[in-house]
Design a protein around this ligand. Structure first.
Ligand code: SF4
Length: 65
């Protein structure tokens, strides 16, 4: 799996970062999401999937490879 983030849709709410800071971060300048780890595995993958579901703007998605 790969995490895709659409920065044009992100509203910088930070839920993804709060839920899984090993995978997501917010840009220091514009506050929008940065994906630190595009292909997490194991427990991090499950945590990242949960963070994707929590995103209020729909900016995050999972690409199954
Ligand atoms: S939860 Fe969604 S809207 Fe909020 S910072 Fe993360 S990607 Fe952006």
């Amino acid at each position: 799996m790969r995490i895709a983030a659409d920065r044009d849709v992100c509203i910088g709410s930070g839920q993804c970062v709060f839920h899984e800071p090993a995978v997501f971060d917010q840009d220091a300048g514009d506050g929008l999401v940065r994906v630190l780890l595009e292909r997490p595995d194991g427990a991090l993958a499950e945590s990242a999937r949960a963070a994707v579901r929590m995103c209020p703007s729909g900016a995050l998605s999972i690409v199954e490879e």
